[in-house]
Design a protein around this ligand. Structure first.
Ligand code: GLC
Length: 818
């Protein structure tokens, strides 16, 4: 515990940001190579490389020599260097102008080597930046426009806008309660997005050593201080926030489509202790009709916490258990930590040691540290051979039918030592370019998940793997989903996940979630119910709790809470076609699934710091209740019309409303103009070729507000990688509304996956009157008649819904006369 001693008058340590630094200028020479240009200055040099049309890499170092040749790259995915755009150079009396692609010009001031990117008309695409060096370190300062917001920066505490905050990129196992003072958590994603009135750019610093981002010290500047390595800045032009996220993920990669089961509800606990307990748990889910797709095995499944083993007493027949669970539609996800127990009888240790796969210190000795199994050694994932070997160890799991792996403690966390991680002088092999742990630290977790993901892919022969990780670095989305570590069963921590998840989304991590119900501290029924309401709308939906806390499965707090959990988990399963389409989009574009309202409404100032509401895709607005004994809250609805999902009440947007939401109600709104596909609820996921599909169109308003909408439904087997060979379907659904008519339809954009569906339904919701004509189709007198009929429509006066049943074909279109 910390005491006031921390703030003794004589106790303050010199802060990094007080270092003596000097800007790089003045310019002395400009040297061009085939793919880059180096501008040499008195105190430092810049190397400029045009990576893509809209992404310029500006690397800073104290000397030009450090910038020669091929520079290290950690997360960035670069096209072949020889493909780098050629740079043309112009000099004026006080500036050097570089053109490398598209419309952009980089203007570098000769006096101090500060720079800005401008478009063809000379308008800046980013603010002025200046690099500094001093005391062996590098620093960058960028101007912050008054009134601008800072988004991104990965997994951080606090609110949506990071202006006024300070974070240190240094992956840390933070068991202490996560509060605003925690400047480091498990993930480090050094991408800062500057946003001002709908115009944005990003700066990504590709350096896995310690970096501090300070948006506090100076009111109009952010400062980025590096401890080690080069200042390798990638400037990503916008102007739209969506452009920035798409381009940043072009640079650092996008996720592969996960298996559908990983998008279902997942149940975890530290730990389900025995095979019997796990099977009982699964049966209870089924008996209670609560959907569930995965059960996690925490550390107690292992023998003496040795990775890749099962405890023979607690789990005598893991293969049988896994098979039985699979029959019930439940997958098993075991935890795998990087620490390998030092035990001369443990083959993984013996083999890894023999082959030299564990991390070594500068003096050649193997680094040892304490974690769950006692004294352990740690694979050096920077060595491709060691990584491959680690991947291969997962064969025991794959052969048992396991496709999901949970990576934890991979900051790496090390007990009983001052740094709480590996010694900083450990020398990672780094594929022949040795690098100290100090300079590589933030890559460790990512490299572990990469080895796991790639290993599982090799072992699963075509089945999609799922990896969940606690630690990561920029680009982690390519290999794993992320959960936000050891939160607590505090209302504040439930609320904190919203801005954290939204900023992870801005930082390229679309597949993320928090421990629903809270990990440490014991939850209450009320908190679990409210957290579940929010959690079913987060991309990863996992309930997890700590050792010795109250059990928090959906039924542990009485029938009312159980019923609430059931209702919301079932809702998630109905919405799987909608969710899955956004997973597909994230895999193609990098856009997040859980979204800040600012991403969709960047011109609307009300959205800029909105930290307690979020969007799922474009059409669902979620505004959870995150206080105890609270049944009301203010909700901001952006422009357009919004429908209360439960009551159907329509609200005009562009204002706040007060919503009444007793415990069983999550304030949930659907955008007028949305097309939302739903399937029927099920106990677990199966294929993503939705057998039963209804497309809901929410009219824009009673008065026939004109507009057109689109939604692309995506379908495949939900399990294999055959979609990569074209085995998927894409259905573009559309709706065009005028005052007097509504044109509804769909067309197949791609058909490569066969599913047995013959009919689908379109439901027009909130249509005020029975239409005069529905594309000449047959009108039925009742829903039952329509169900029995072949194709046609029925209008439900009470619910104000038009229900259309149609034969599925390649394309279909229907004009409705209102
Ligand atoms: C760490 C993880 C937590 C897990 C526990 C035991 O604290 O963050 O999720 O349950 O270790 O493995």
């Amino acid at each position: 515990m910390l005491t006031s001693e921390m703030i003794r008058p004589d106790g303050e340590l010199a802060r990094r940001s007080d270092r003596e630094v000097e800007h790089f200028g003045p310019a002395r020479a400009v040297v061009s190579e085939s793919g880059w240009t180096i501008i040499e200055g008195r105190h430092g040099s810049l190397r400029v490389q045009w990576i893509y049309e809209d992404i310029v890499r500006i690397t800073g170092a104290a000397s030009a020599e450090a910038l020669a040749g091929t520079l290290p790259v950690y997360a960035a995915l670069l096209p072949d260097e020889s493909c780098s755009n050629r740079i043309s150079i112009e000099e004026t009396e006080d500036r050097i102008l570089l053109h490398g692609g598209g419309n952009w010009t980089l203007q570098v001031n000769k006096s101090d080597l500060s720079f800005v990117l401008t478009d063809a008309a000379g308008h800046p695409a980013m603010n002025l930046h200046r690099y500094y060096s001093g005391e062996g370190h590098l620093q960058c300062r960028g101007e912050m426009t008054p009134g601008a917001q800072i988004y991104g920066l990965g997994e951080t505490t606090g609110y949506l806008d990071k202006r006024g905050e300070r974070y240190t990129m240094w992956n840390s196992d933070v068991y202490s309660p996560h509060v605003a003072d925690m400047e480091s958590l498990y993930q480090s994603i050094p991408v800062l997005i500057h946003h001002h009135l709908g115009k944005a750019y990003a700066l990504f610093v590709d350096n896995p050593g310690q970096i501090q981002f300070d948006m506090r010290k100076e009111r109009d500047k952010y400062r980025i201080d590096l401890e080690t390595g080069l200042l390798d800045g990638y400037f990503v032009a916008g102007p739209a926030l969506k452009d920035v996220v798409q381009r940043y993920t072009l640079l650092t990669g996008r996720m592969e489509l996960p298996p559908l089961w990983a998008i279902g509800y997942q149940q975890s606990r530290y730990s389900y202790m025995t095979q019997q307990e796990v099977l009982e748990l699964a049966r209870t889910f089924r008996a209670k009709g609560i959907p569930c797709d995965a059960i996690y095995l925490d550390i107690h499944y292992m023998e003496d916490f040795k990775v890749f083993t099962f405890d023979p007493v607690r789990f005598p027949d893991p293969k049988g258990m896994i098979a039985e669970l699979k029959e019930m539609g439940i997958r098993v996800v075991p935890i795998v930590d990087p620490g390998v127990k030092m035990d001369a009888r443990f083959p993984v240790y013996v083999e890894g040691l023999e082959k030299g796969y564990f991390c070594r210190k500068e003096d050649g000795s193997v680094f040892q540290g304490e974690v769950w199994p006692g004294i352990s050694v740690f694979p050096d994932f920077s060595d491709p051979e060691a990584a491959k070997w680690w991947g291969e160890q997962h064969r025991v799991y794959a052969e048992m039918g396991i496709a999901g792996i949970w990576n934890d403690m991979n900051e790496p966390s090390v007990f009983a030592c001052e740094t709480h991680t590996m010694d900083l002088d450990v020398l990672h092999q780094n594929d022949g370019r040795p690098i100290s742990h100090e300079a590589w630290h933030n890559m460790y977790g990512l490299a572990m998940s990469k080895a796991t993901h790639e290993g599982m892919k090799r072992l699963l022969s075509g089945e999609r793997p799922f990896v969940l990780t606690r630690s990561g670095y920029a680009g982690i989305q390519r290999f794993a989903a992320v959960w936000t570590g050891d939160n607590r069963s505090y209302w504040e921590h439930m609320a904190m996940f919203m801005p954290m998840g939204m900023n992870l989304g801005f930082s390229g991590v679309a597949f993320c979630g928090s421990d629903i119900g809270g990990f440490e501290h014991s939850t209450s029924g009320e908190l679990l119910a409210r957290w579940m309401q929010m959690g079913v709308f987060s991309p990863l939906c996992r309930n997890h709790s700590a050792y010795k806390t109250l059990y928090q499965e959906p039924w542990r707090f009485g029938s009312e809470v159980e019923e609430i959990c059931r209702k919301y988990i079932r809702l998630r399963y109905r919405l799987l076609p909608y969710l899955y389409a956004y997973f597909r989009e994230a895999s193609l574009t990098g856009l997040p699934i859980m979204r800040s309202l600012a991403l969709e409404y960047p011109e609307d100032r009300e959205t800029y710091q909105l930290s307690d509401q979020f969007l799922l895709g474009q059409d669902f607005l979620i505004a959870p209740i995150y206080r105890p004994s609270t049944a009301h809250r203010a909700v901001y609805l952006p422009e357009g019309n919004w429908y209360d999902y439960w009551t159907g009440e329509r609200h005009e947007g562009g204002k706040h409303i007060l919503v009444h939401a007793p415990l069983d109600t999550l304030p949930l709104f659907v955008r007028g103009g949305a097309i939302v596909p739903e399937t029927v609820e099920a106990q677990h996921t199966a294929t993503a070729g939705w057998q039963n599909l209804t497309l809901y169109y929410y009219v824009r308003g009673d008065d026939g507000e004109p507009g057109s909408s689109e939604f692309t439904l995506y379908e495949d087997d939900g399990a294999s990688d055959r979609y990569k060979q074209g085995e998927y379907n894409e259905l573009r659904c559309f709706a065009e509304e005028t005052k007097i008519s509504l044109r509804l339809g769909y067309e197949e954009l791609h058909r490569g996956y066969d599913h047995p569906r013959e009919n689908l339904r379109f439901v027009v919701k909130h249509l005020p009157r029975e239409p005069q004509d529905v594309g000449g189709l047959q009108r039925y007198e009742s829903l039952e008649a329509l169900e029995d009929g072949v194709a046609g429509w029925w209008y439900d006066h009470e619910r104000r819904e038009l229900i259309l049943k149609i034969h599925e074909a390649q394309r279909w279109e229907c004009a409705i006369v209102k």
